[in-house]
Structures are given as structure tokens and as C-alpha cells.
Design a protein around this ligand. Structure first.
Ligand code: ZN
Length: 199
């Protein structure tokens, strides 16, 4: 899987070890409790490596586009790719990823459309489209998984936000579960101080 690696030796080992222990099990399930079992560090390294590998495939392909398309379609794909790469990097660094993930989702969609367009116009040779598709689909799935996991943090099973029963502020599932257990009702941090704990 790792051709030309951007990771350090230690990170590579971590990716390999974690991969062999999660293949087919937790990787595709992203909702609820399962999401917490994700190895976050692994996910982050893996998606970065995926995007890097995609770039390695993409650059020579774009250089061989017909001359008149080099500055239009190829340029658009290059820019979208760079944007995706930067967004992934930023999303990995950020605690709340929601806005970045939405942006990523849009960029990934745009890239897929350009890729199909380039293929239908005959600018891609046979295995190129499949390989690039595989990369972008995988990246898209992981971003989708992150989005679902983020939603599971703030929405209950009916898709409604968790709210403080005193001041109506939106709270996360974790705070909801904690306050319900110890205070007998869903409360934000501020209101938890006003309501005594259950004995
Ligand atoms: Zn409150």
C-alpha cells in the first residue's frame, strides 16, 4: 500500500499494525459507539497517505492531457486536488472538523465530476481512471465517516440536537449522557453547577 511514503518509519509501522488489526471490522462502521473505537491517529495518517498517492498518480496523467485542455480541465483538477490536500491537513489538526468536512465533501464531489469528464473525453488511459477513482472514492468514504461521527456527537437517534433542559443550549451527546446520569437531566456545563448531583 505504501509506495513512496510521506510518513516517518514510526508512523508507517503504526499504520501497518493498526491496519492489520482493523481491516474489515471497524473501518467501515462509523456511527455511535463504533466511532469511538476508531484509531484516530491511524485514520489521519492513512487518509493523508491516500491523498499523497493519488497526487503521485495524478500529476503525470495531467501532464499528458491534450494541449488545449492542459490549462482548463487539468488546471481545475490540479487546483481541486491541492485544495483537498490542504483541507485534509487542516481537518487533521482541528478538533471540530464539521465545516472543513463539508468543504471537503464539496471538493471531492467536484474532483469526481472532473475525473469522469476527463475520462469520457478520452484523456485517461485504461487503468488510470480506475486507480484515480479508487483513491478519491476511498478518501470520500473516510470524509463521509468523519462527518457521520461528528454528527453522532451532537445528534440523537432521531436526528435532534441534545439540549440543556434548563437554558436550552445545544450540548454534545457526551455532556447529555453525563448530566443525565449524575444530575438526572440533560444540562450544559454552566447549569450543572446550579443543579446538585444525584446521591
Ligand atoms: Zn444550561
Amino acid at each position: 500500500m505504501l509506495k513512496c511514503s510521506i510518513l516517518t518509519k514510526r508512523e508507517e509501522r503504526h499504520v501497518k499494525e493498526t491496519r492489520s488489526s482493523t481491516v474489515g471490522r471497524t473501518r467501515t462502521r462509523t456511527i455511535g459507539v463504533e466511532a469511538r473505537h476508531f484509531d484516530k491517529a491511524y485514520e489521519e495518517l492513512y487518509i493523508q497517505q491516500r491523498v499523497y498517492d493519488m497526487g503521485l498518480e495524478l500529476w503525470p496523467v495531467l501532464a499528458n492531457f491534450p494541449r488545449e485542455q492542459r490549462f482548463i480541465l487539468a488546471q481545475s483538477m490540479r487546483e481541486t486536488y491541492n485544495h483537498i490536500r490542504r483541507l485534509i491537513f487542516r481537518a487533521n489538526k482541528k478538533y471540530t472538523k464539521k465545516d472543513l468536512l463539508r468543504e471537503l465533501d464539496v471538493e471531492i464531489g467536484a474532483f469526481k465530476t472532473d475525473l469522469r469528464w476527463a475520462n469520457d473525453l478520452g484523456y485517461l488511459k485504461d487503468p488510470q481512471f480506475d486507480r484515480l477513482s479508487e483513491h478519491i472514492v476511498e478518501v470520500g468514504k473516510m470524509v463521509g465517516g468523519w462527518l457521520k461521527a461528528e454528527k453522532a456527537e451532537v445528534l440523537d437517534e432521531e436526528g435532534k440536537e441534545y439540549k440543556c433542559s434548563k437554558c436550552n443550549a445545544v450540548i454534545t451527546k457526551r455532556i447529555n449522557d453525563y448530566s443525565t446520569k449524575y444530575h438526572g437531566q440533560p444540562l450544559c456545563y454552566a447549569c450543572q453547577k446550579l443543579v446538585p448531583k444525584k446521591k
